[in-house]
Write a protein that binds this ligand. Structure first.
Ligand code: UDP
Length: 240
């Protein structure tokens, strides 16, 4: 079932349902991709048609962040729960590890994907690291060739939004992975380069605030959250 928030159609799934769906998609033939929009991405979709199309073509659209959950609630189209992208992908990796399936880590600064690979292999013995590539490149083709030679079950595309969503959509016909997930800065988190908010902050739904405190230069981007909330409020009042 889908629930629409400012013209983005989210899958109304719990974390467990999202992981089950991802595993189903991995077990099916052909390339598919999943996106993890937070309020910032929903906001960007309003003005960026290419991004909107990339998001709406995804096989799975999961609500990353409490802002989307509040927005859906205000619009009376509630979503079951927030499904943070980094946790979601880690759970998928954990399930794949049990079957010795493979993941390719693509994105972040040079060296980060390799470090993330080491950490994930330690944490989930059994996972096969099919390959890694940093996210600073000028030509898609050598990267696509590298991914296709590795034939991963799962491909994490961590280039930040909207680059990662557009990249997956643009190259969908060329990629031979089973499922790709657009995941923003998750490789930095897996590698331990960027610290995740402590559990207490996560439970209080204040992870977004922790990120601003730790990286004040994000404040400009963070202003898209109130803009998103105001747009939700406007839509609720106008009853569109
Ligand atoms: N990045 C990249 N290539 C680029 C631009 C960004 O690989 O051309 C990476 C960047 O190094 C970081 C991630 O994309 O690892 C974006 O992280 P950010 O925290 O902005 O994403 P969020 O999780 O907030 O969506």
């Amino acid at each position: 079932m889908k629930s629409e928030v400012l013209h983005v159609e989210f899958d109304n799934v719990t974390m467990e349902e999202a992981v089950d769906r991802a595993i189903e998609l991995i077990n099916e033939d052909g390339f598919k991709y999943a996106v993890t929009p937070n309020p910032e991405i929903v906001w960007l979709c309003r003005k960026d048609e290419e991004l909107r199309e990339a998001v709406s073509s995804a096989a799975l659209v999961i609500p990353d962040g409490i802002g989307v959950i509040y927005g859906a609630k205000m619009l009376k189209r509630p979503l079951k729960e927030k499904v943070p992208g980094a946790d979601f992908a880690e759970r998928v990796i954990s399930a794949l590890a049990a079957e010795h399936k493979s993941v390719f880590l693509f994105g972040a600064k040079p060296g980060v994907a390799e470090l993330a690979a080491e950490k994930l292999s330690e944490k989930y013995p059994g996972i096969v690291i099919a390959g890694t590539n940093d996210g600073y490149f000028s030509d898609d083709e050598p990267i696509i060739d590298k991914i296709n030679a590795a034939k991963p079950d799962l491909l994490l595309v961590c280039l930040g939004a909207p680059k990662q969503e557009k990249w997956m959509k643009k190259n969908a016909d060329k990629l031979s992975a089973k499922l790709a997930i657009g995941l923003g800065g998750s490789l930095d988190v897996y590698a331990g380069v960027v610290e995740r908010a402590p559990e207490k902050w996560q439970k209080m739904n204040l992870e977004w605030l922790y990120r601003i405190v730790k990286q004040p230069k994000r404040i400009g981007r963070a202003m898209r959250l109130p803009a998103f909330m105001l747009a939700v409020l406007g839509e609720r009042i106008s009853g569109k």
